[in-house]
Design a protein around this ligand. Sequence first.
Ligand SMILES: Nc1ncnc2c1ncn2[C@@H]1O[C@H](COP(=O)(O)OP(=O)(O)OP(=O)(O)O)[C@@H](O)[C@H]1O
Length: 268
Amino acid sequence: MEAPRTPETVIELAQVGRTFTVSRRTGVLRRERRVVHAVRDLSFTVRAGEFVGYLGPNGAGKSTTIKMLTGILAPTAGRISVAGLDPARRRTALARRIGVVFGQRTTLWWDLPLRDSFELIRHLYKVDRVRYRERLDRLTELLGLGEFLATPVRQLSLGQRMRGDITAALLHDPAVLVLDEPTIGLDVVSKAAMREFLRDLNAQQGTTVLLTTHDLGDIERLCRRVMLIDHGRLAFDGTLDDLRATAPGETSLEAVVTRLYTRDRLFQ
Ligand SMILES: Nc1ncnc2c1ncn2[C@@H]1O[C@H](COP(=O)(O)OP(=O)(O)OP(=O)(O)O)[C@@H](O)[C@H]1O
């Protein structure tokens, strides 16, 4: 009998660190320089087809990690590989293999109709015209984009814009999708639809998803695995059940996570 194949590793971080040097004025002619460790000694792997939640309190280092995974920031220590590439050195090549959505800001062209933004993205990523057409039709149907494809992005509601951003991130059929607060500000119906879409994408197409969110409903409904980062370090990595088991007696995930966030300190 053949041994089951272990899915390949698509994201790998080995002892990754990222520091920022900040300076502040402490007197008329004096400045004090301070080194901020946004991420320290961070190591983890994500395998193809996983749906991983990446949690942490404000300032924990989530955005810094995502920026390093997508090549926007280079690490100051350690090694990163995403889809077999070093993100900071191979940013353009990586862009063809991953999709990224920042819930707080759009990657679409503000003044252009949604359809034209997609067409520009097709050119940027050199997506074959026939495959692009098929994919756009499919995403239009799944995300209900039809009625506002001709609308300029600036006139879209937040929920419509978010569906546009998700489509833009998926047009080139990436193997990895990185989501930074994709449901922020969405109403309950739009949020449920977005979650259902993401769950199907992962289950049916095997797209690997790394999701950062402060919405624990996203985590409960989507993620089998959860990583928790605190002060730039990995504080927890396990299944949702493992996470619940860290705080026996707590019934809600919110209470469990609150306990972990505040275990050692409050607002340090
Ligand atoms: N460009 C920068 N210059 C200086 N310090 C920075 C910079 N970017 C991030 N930091 C610091 O690094 C730490 C981690 O920030 P990061 O934005 O990664 O946190 P986060 O987990 O995404 O927080 P939030 O949930 O509030 O978005 C914080 O202390 C932050 O002030």
